[in-house]
Design a protein around this ligand. Structure first.
Ligand SMILES: NC(=O)c1ccc[n+]([C@@H]2O[C@H](COP(=O)([O-])OP(=O)(O)OC[C@H]3O[C@@H](n4cnc5c(N)ncnc54)[C@H](O)[C@@H]3O)[C@@H](O)[C@H]2O)c1
Length: 265
């Protein structure tokens, strides 16, 4: 049963972790407005309790439409999850300027415009919470992903700054920093380079990719009363991938035994 005091807008909700979050929160009694610019993929919401809106998060006018629709539907927002994003890579001296700008417009400027548009609605509710989806590339760097990485680092900086700017109003803001997650964004690798898809998981201590709902579960936690004293945090949800020194691969039992010169169990 939907609860009038639990309303949330989620961007990038046509696919992947945004869709998983919309489904999970709707199951948990939240009133959900699912936003995406991909109208076809947003069609999953038809016949469900989840409301939908086709909008481009990089547009200021579209962010005003998102806020207006949330106002019309719910009269306020308890939470907002700015999750829409695109990948976009290329060498520093090769990536086209337009493509670079698009990566920043969607991944960084989009959430900024979204927060600005939704703040008046969040201020109408008690203890509101904002989550942005950054990335482990917002905590570390990777070759030929400098634009994406810089945009995601920007989100982490945004969260730290806004936690200090908005905290006195009782507004919390956090980032999740997903690692490898099987979504629309990464499906191409799974389909066209299955060996590489499998190989990158070897760099993750848990030795596997995440499923979208494992990210959605953390988003749900961060907007819930259980996280009532958590703000300004950038939480890696990455199976332990980024905490290594880079000197040794994550140890499986067999690798550990070889390293220490003992026989594998
Ligand atoms: N999948 C991963 O391994 C991974 C890892 C780290 C971070 N992320 C981040 O997670 C977030 C969710 O991505 P995902 O992995 O679920 O991918 P996804 O492609 O399945 O979902 C992203 C959604 O965002 C939407 N979108 C993109 N640009 C938009 C725009 N301008 N306006 C409105 N909607 C837009 C897409 O249409 C898509 O439905 C992104 O911010 C992404 O950068 C993903």
């Amino acid at each position: 049963m939907a609860d009038n005091n639990k309303s949330v807008v989620i961007t990038g909700a046509a696919s992947g972790m945004g869709r998983a979050a919309a489904e999970r929160l709707a199951r948990g009694g939240w009133q959900v407005l699912a936003v995406d610019y991909n109208a076809d993929n947003l069609a999953w919401t038809a016949g469900t309790q989840v409301a939908s809106l086709v909008a481009d998060v990089s547009s200021e006018a579209d962010n005003a439409r998102i806020a207006a629709e949330a106002d019309r539907l719910f009269g306020g927002l308890n939470a907002a999850i700015f999750n829409a994003g695109i990948v976009g890579g290329g060498a520093i001296d090769e990536m086209a300027t337009d493509a670079m700008r698009r990566v920043f417009d969607i991944n960084l400027i989009g959430p900024i415009l979204g927060i600005r548009a939704c703040l008046p609605l969040l201020r109408r509710r008690k203890n509101p919470a904002i989550v942005v989806t950054a990335s482990t590339m917002g905590l570390g760097g990777d070759s030929e992903n400098w634009a994406y990485g810089a945009a995601k680092h920007g989100l982490v900086g945004l969260v730290k700054s806004l936690s200090r700017e908005l905290g006195w109003e009782g507004i919390r803001i956090n980032a999740i920093c997903p690692g490898l997650t099987e979504t629309g964004m990464t499906n191409m690798m799974k389909e066209h380079a299955p060996e590489a898809h499998q190989a990158v998981a070897a760099g993750v201590p848990l030795q596997r990719w995440a499923q979208p709902d494992e990210q959605a579960a953390v988003m749900e936690f961060l907007i819930s009363p259980a996280a009532s004293y958590v703000s300004g945090h950038a939480l890696a949800v990455d199976g332990g991938a980024i905490v290594g020194t880079g000197l040794l691969a994550p140890a499986t039992g067999k690798q550990r035994a070889m390293f220490h010169g003992t026989s594998p169990e």
